[in-house]
Design a protein around this ligand. Structure first.
Ligand SMILES: [Mg+2]
Length: 380
């Protein structure tokens, strides 16, 4: 299999792909607030023919509530445009249990509704004769619910988790997510659930089925859920940097977590994607050149640029010029890491912890400033 790498696209992504499968938190909104560019960008994408589906690992809120939140942010959405991990978990269970089976819910109304939609009956006690246990994120989860789950799991019932995200984002920083609450029951029972949320293919299948996508584009801010889930089924993906992923995370991503495209935010769907060209050991994108040698990469502005470099398109760390630099740095870094055999461990998720970034150096002032803007530690 060829090493996954960034792709180019002459066509704007919103015209090349028919449906955007949009992650929500970190892509469309951050907590209650919209990502600033999202409402206008999504309106434009729709006007240019792209359909939108909103895909969330958060199982707490039913589609209607998510659609109302989106509408409040200026993003009109039908409940049918929203796909939740609760729906994927319910679908998974409905394929494995007789119709009408009872399922113990360790979670919220979002999960109960999803089960009923698939002809299953939610119950809240291990003594209600459930055939399985399903657990999804709930901000109101109580010890009593966990205790019912523990009793049922210890009796040997199948246990499905809607997702294993360790945290949920909040204005106060990361807070315990479903993965952390699942960990409590794992600790108490010694059992391990099946997880059907991103990056599990069940979630992607649910999204494609419900949106009737022919050429879907997964758009997400997390490498270890959104992008890994897309890669697991060979689907195109756009990583946006408006959420949790840093430039350094991109540069150290193992092969299974590398996106097809990268953009500052969701407005990247309106643009073509510049080609990242590799020639004679030099990776080029926009005005940036990155040479890769042994365990180091070196960033330089292209010949012809001023010593200071041309004025950057934007001073923001994620302006178009900075994304070009990151594209070139990422492809060069992946080449170095793959050659060292230090990258393809798909069990290591998320942050750069445990995987070394190659030594990164800068040639000239413009490159030094760019590394600083990207938050990549370099030395000249
Ligand atoms: Mg997200």
């Amino acid at each position: 299999m060829p090493t996954p790498s960034l792709r180019g696209s002459d066509t704007p992504l919103c015209q090349r792909f028919d449906v955007a499968l949009l992650d929500l938190d970190g892509v469309v909104y951050l907590g209650r607030e919209a990502v600033p560019t999202a409402p206008a960008a999504l309106r434009d994408a729709r006007a240019r023919g792209m359909r939108l589906a909103f895909v969330t690992n958060n199982a707490a809120r039913p589609p209607q509530a998510v659609a109302e939140h989106l509408a409040d942010l200026g993003i009109p959405a039908d409940p049918g445009d929203v796909i939740t991990s609760a729906q994927a978990a319910a679908h998974y269970l409905a394929e494995r249990l007789p119709a009408g089976s009872r399922v113990l819910v360790v979670g919220t109304v979002g999960l109960q509704e999803a089960l009923r939609e698939r002809g299953l009956e939610p119950v809240d006690s291990a003594d209600d004769d459930p055939a399985a246990v399903v657990q999804g994120y709930s901000p109101d989860l109580s010890w009593r619910q966990l205790a019912e789950g523990a009793v049922a799991i210890r009796r040997g019932l199948p246990w499905v988790a809607t997702n294993l995200d360790p945290t949920v984002p909040s204005p106060r920083g990361p807070l315990p997510g479903n993965g952390s609450l699942v960990a409590a029951l794992r600790h108490a029972t010694g059992a391990t659930p099946v997880s059907t949320g991103k990056p599990h293919p069940t979630m992607h299948r649910e999204s494609v089925e419900r949106s009737a996508a022919q050429r879907p584009l997964v758009v997400g801010d997390r490498l270890d859920t959104d992008i890994e889930g897309a890669n697991a089924v060979g689907c195109a993906s756009l990583l946006v940097l408006s959420g949790v992923t840093t430039a350094q995370d991109v540069m150290t991503a193992p092969a299974a977590l590398r996106p097809w495209f990268v953009a500052a935010d969701i407005s990247g769907v309106l643009e073509p994607a510049p080609e990242v060209v590799v020639r004679d050991g030099v990776v080029a994108c926009g005005r940036w050149r990155v040479s890769a040698a042994e365990a180091a990469v070196r960033l330089a502005a292209a010949e012809g640029a001023d010593e200071d470099g041309r004025p950057a398109v934007s001073r923001e760390p994620t302006g178009a010029d900075a994304i070009d630099a990151l594209r070139a740095l990422a492809v060069a870094s992946w080449t170095v890491l793959d050659a060292a055999g230090g990258c393809p461990d798909s069990d290591v998720h998320g942050s750069a912890e445990g995987r070394g970034l190659p030594a990164v150096t800068a040639a000239g002032t413009a490159a030094t400033q760019m590394l600083r803007r990207l938050g990549v530690e370099g030395s000249t």
